[in-house]
Design a protein around this ligand. Structure first.
Ligand code: ADP
Length: 258
């Protein structure tokens, strides 16, 4: 991978071919390093729940057989960690798919983003009865997409909005409208917000502003990176604005179908 062809600056066909080869090798090396980093990061994340489970099993093995209190606590905690592992593996798979799978355009369909949004919001309303989900704007907007992916994007963003406003105003504003040639989706919460210094990194995989808090709420730092990769697969954009202590707005755009 470190091999490169010496290229002189004659700019003839041979030099161009050499340059092309070198660029390809650069890309290959880059993607190889990214893969390596991904495996390292993923292993690191998987190790945390595994270590906790091992700790509980060790306790169970030593004292749990005779102490129902230890037995109960350790079993409950182990189960929770197994669930977490399960979710982590699921998200890793989703991320890997979103990253590597070439878009299969035969699966794309014309989807009315409004009906997807409505159904996801209804689900959230019944799951989080103490929150208000306000649809500020709701216009029909047709996008060519795999409906399941659009649903996944809504779920990730609403899930974050809920998670990070648990101790603040439990109100979430959702908008869908057309502007110029794009369909715009905005999800706004009034929760804890994100410090400016962290904002550039929240779309990086495994990045969490407050690792302990996020972990407690079941976060693995993968949601936004999955959302970003899904959105970009369809030629869309995703951006985030936030003020610490005031709230966060995530904006997604998709090219509109006329
Ligand atoms: P997680 O599963 O940890 O929520 P995400 O990739 O979805 O991971 O988000 C990355 C980090 O960005 C989160 O850990 C959190 O610190 C921050 N974040 C994302 N959305 C919000 C939000 N709506 N309000 C406050 N912080 C957020």
């Amino acid at each position: 991978l470190n091999e490169r062809v010496p290229v002189n600056d004659t700019n003839d066909e041979l030099a161009q071919l050499g340059k092309l080869f070198n660029d390809l090798m650069d890309d290959l090396e880059q993607s190889f390093l990214q893969q390596k980093q991904f495996v390292e990061d993923a292993s690191h994340e998987l190790r945390t729940p595994l270590t906790i489970i091992k700790g509980h099993l060790t306790m169970l093995n030593r004292w749990g057989k005779h102490d129902p209190d230890v037995l109960n606590k350790s079993l409950q905690s182990s189960l929770k960690e197994v669930e977490r592992l399960n979710q982590l593996v699921q998200e890793l798979l989703e991320l890997s798919r979103a990253e590597s799978e070439a878009p299969n355009m035969t699966e794309w369909e014309m989807v009315d983003a409004r009906s997807v949004m409505d159904s996801v919001i209804r689900n959230f309303e019944s799951a989080y009865a103490d929150y208000t989900f306000r649809q500020m704007r709701s216009e029909p907007a047709y996008i060519r997409i795999v409906a399941r992916h659009l649903e996944q994007i809504f779920v990730i963003l609403l899930d974050n909005a809920v998670k990070y406003s648990q101790e603040s105003k439990k109100e979430i504003h959702v908008s869908l409208y057309q502007e110029d040639d794009v369909a715009k989706i905005e999800i706004k919460d009034f929760g804890i917000g994100i410090p400016q210094a962290d904002l550039p990194y929240v779309f990086h995989r495994f990045y969490r502003v407050d690792k302990a808090r996020s972990r407690k709420q079941g976060g693995n730092g993968l949601g936004l990176s999955i959302a970003k990769r899904l959105v970009e697969k369809y030629g869309g954009t995703i951006s985030i604005e936030s003020k610490e202590g005031q709230g966060t707005t995530v904006t997604v755009t998709f090219p509109i179908m006329k």
